[in-house]
Write a protein that binds this ligand. Structure first.
Ligand SMILES: Cc1cc2nc3c(=O)[nH]c(=O)nc-3n(C[C@H](O)[C@H](O)[C@H](O)COP(=O)(O)OP(=O)(O)OC[C@H]3O[C@@H](n4cnc5c(N)ncnc54)[C@H](O)[C@@H]3O)c2cc1C
Length: 388
């Protein structure tokens, strides 16, 4: 029997995989997504759940990333108002803070400029009278508090919603189904995958997108011929969930150990606290918050919110895919890297790193790279305006 044929085969049902599926289906292509576990089983359920430009990336001059993310934030607020919500962020300044009021003022000014200077991108400095009404934030030696707006989401719901939209546009999902191997045969790949009930099957795809997150290297090892790849590091980030909810919004504080940013965020009825940066060498399926990461986060939380004596209810950790470097994880670029099998005739693209916030833009970039290998089609929808 002939194998099923698709224009685009996507490996991984995280935010990038479903984003590419939606974008490809919107451009009129036939698409199959393979997810071995469940949608958002990997990093896409273990993020900080922020839809943001990334204020701190301004300090490392990553302006294009911030601008794209801010644009995508606005698009998501429009097309997914049920899942992506604007939230106030508060940045307190103490004598020990790495960034003083002047630098923060300048950074927030630039952030607001990159966001387009609308009403919602304004920032302000709180009146000291309001310091006592900030969910118990430490006020002794508090010099200033800045307030600005960014957004929050539920990363699992967002991933599921994008996949639903992709399906409505004609994309297919096989889940749980594990990708096993891809072999280039002329102008297509022959892909082998395994479905628990149906056993091993094959299909033919004009192009393959490796969106396997922390497993991209394992997937690339099973693609033939071998693609020259970038050296990457996996860096884990832990979060804790605490019972006492932050009611005012997200607090953006500095770790008291190393000045790294730590977010204290309302999360449904609880508080989400994160994150860390710890080099990871094991099996990505086994990542979990380490005791020292929990201590690190709790030390910072209790320092800034001394009256909060609540103990964590649970914890989780996710893996960032970052370019290998001797620099600290915090200082490394967060731009998405697209690794292709061939410059002239690209048929396999691997997505390394990236942001939940920018998934839609990343999906467009992936399809633009693969355009020479895809048939001409009629676009049936625009993902920038399609409600999800
Ligand atoms: C700690 C942390 C906090 C973050 N916070 C934010 C944030 O607040 N805002 C933001 O914008 N970004 C954030 N990010 C970045 C963002 O979460 C990630 O870039 C994004 O979720 C990665 O999605 P992905 O689809 O590439 O990978 P994943 O979500 O990991 O998806 C990969 C999928 O591939 C599947 N898979 C693997 N192997 C196979 C196989 N052989 N066959 C079939 N399927 C397979 C896995 O099961 C998994 O579902 C954060 C990242 C981390 C680590």
């Amino acid at each position: 029997m002939d194998s099923e044929r698709y224009d685009v085969l996507v490996i991984g049902g995280g935010i990038h995989g479903v984003g590419v599926a939606q974008a490809a289906a919107a451009r009129g292509h036939s698409v199959l997504v393979l997810e071995r576990d469940r949608l958002a089983a990997g990093t896409s359920s273990r993020s900080s759940k922020l839809v943001h430009g990334g204020l701190r990336y301004l300090a490392t001059w990553q302006f294009p990333l911030v601008r794209t993310s801010l644009r995508e934030r606005e698009i998501l607020l429009r097309i997914a108002p049920r899942i992506v919500k604007r939230v106030p962020f508060f940045i307190p300044v103490y004598p020990t803070s790495r960034y003083g009021s002047l630098r923060l003022h300048a950074g927030l000014g630039l952030y607001s400029l990159l966001a387009g200077r609308g009403e919602q991108s304004r920032f302000s400095r709180l009146d000291p009278d309001e310091f006592g009404d900030l969910d118990g934030l430490r006020t002794d030696s508090l010099r200033a508090v800045f307030r600005y707006l960014d957004a929050q989401t539920d990363d699992i719901e967002l991933t599921q919603a994008v996949m639903r939209s992709a399906k409505q546009l004609g994309a297919e999902l096989r889940c749980p189904t594990r990708f096993l191997e891809a072999r280039r045969e002329g102008d297509h790949y022959r892909v082998t995958f395994e479905d628990g009930d149906r056993g091993t099957e094959q299909c033919i795809a004009r192009v393959v997108v490796n969106a396997a997150g922390p497993w991209i290297t394992q997937v690339l090892d099973r693609c033939h011929p071998v693609t020259k790849t970038h050296a990457i590091d996996l860096v884990q980030g832990a979060h804790l969930i605490l019972p006492q909810r932050m009611n005012r919004g997200v607090f953006y504080v500095e770790s008291i150990d190393d000045h790294r940013p730590v977010f204290v965020m309302p999360w449904y009825e609880n508080t989400l606290l994160g994150t860390t940066e710890t080099k990871f060498d094991g099996d990505p399926s086994q990542v979990s918050a380490l005791p020292e990461e929990c201590d690190y986060l709790l030390r910072t939380y209790r320092h800034y919110f001394p009256d909060h004596v609540d103990e964590p209810i649970s914890s989780f950790a996710g893996l960032r895919v970052l370019p290998r470097s001797t620099k600290s994880a915090n200082a490394r670029p967060r731009e998405t890297i697209l690794i292709r099998d061939s410059k002239r005739d690209p048929r396999l693209v691997t997505i390394a790193g990236g942001k939940l916030t920018a998934y839609r833009a990343t999906a467009q970039d992936v399809l633009d790279v693969l355009r020479p290998s895809l048939p001409d089609t009629t676009t049936i929808a625009d993902t920038a305006t399609l409600a999800i």
